[in-house]
Design a protein around this ligand. Structure first.
Ligand code: FPP
Length: 236
């Protein structure tokens, strides 16, 4: 590794391009998602190797439910498989797992698997994997606002108690540091509602590689690019 490489503590990835990757190869979109899951595994390992502490990935947005039923069903099977069959690997590797998003829209089987994996990995501190599932940045901000409004109505808090710290405590990422670097693969240059509150001082990187081809080398290039950035947080 280069000596003056700055390692981001928290990397977030919009795992885009599974469908295009498959189409280019004349394969079904679902094959792209299966290979996306393999790329996610490689990315977790590479993050750990480089000393990144937290990886957050966007796996399913609040809008993704409107994809064709067969694709949604396939993704649900893939998620359930990950939550159950891969759970041993996550535990062995001491990875703390969190879901970011509203779990209630998933089947009871998936919800139970999510809760079990979260509770089984809750005390690990070395590395955190956040998977955004049924996540939307607007939905998250509205959820926080509603919870705060309820606390205000019941007299638990007063208007003057509302500040950034209190607001953040109602987000799915409660207690975590914001992402230092946000990567969106496949060349699209937009957030699509990902971590809207949390991304205010993040650096962005948009490689053209489709997510199923993302690997250690691609992550290294992204970290090299991040290392060149001068983060001033609004100061001079
Ligand atoms: C975006 O590519 C990808 C998704 C909506 C699904 C992401 C899921 C994975 C990477 C599977 C692994 C995840 C877990 C948690 C096991 P796209 O389908 O929008 O691609 P396109 O824009 O080229 O059509």
């Amino acid at each position: 590794m280069e000596e003056n490489l700055k390692i981001p503590g928290h990397i977030a990835i919009i795992m885009d391009g599974n469908g295009r990757w498959a189409k280019k190869k004349g394969l079904a979109r679902t094959v792209g998602h299966t290979n996306g899951a393999k790329a996610l595994q490689r990315t977790i390992e590479a993050c750990k190797k480089f000393g990144v502490k937290t990886l957050t990935v966007y796996a399913f947005s609040t809008e993704n439910w409107s994809r064709p039923k067969e694709e949604v069903d396939f993704l649900m099977k893939l998620f359930l498989n990950y939550l159950t069959k891969q759970s041993k690997k996550l535990i062995e590797n001491k990875i703390k797992f969190n879901v970011l998003g509203d779990k209630l829209r998933f089947s009871p089987e998936i919800q139970n698997a999510m809760k079990k994996l979260e509770s089984d990995t809750q005390n690990f501190t070395e590395f955190t994997l956040n998977v955004a599932l049924n996540y939307g940045g607007h939905a998250e901000i509205i959820k926080a606002t509603k919870e705060i409004a309820e606390d205000l109505k019941s007299g638990k808090i007063s208007v003057d108690d509302i500040d950034e710290k209190l607001f953040e405590s109602h987000l799915y990422t409660c207690g975590q540091l914001p992402p230092d670097l946000i990567i969106r693969t496949s060349g699209e240059q937009r957030l699509s509602g990902f971590l809207l509150w949390q991304s205010s001082y993040s650096e962005f990187y948009f490689p053209s590689v489709h997510f199923p081809d993302f690997d250690e080398k691609q992550l290294y290039i992204a970290i090299q690019e991040y290392s060149k950035r001068d983060r001033r947080y609004g100061k001079v």
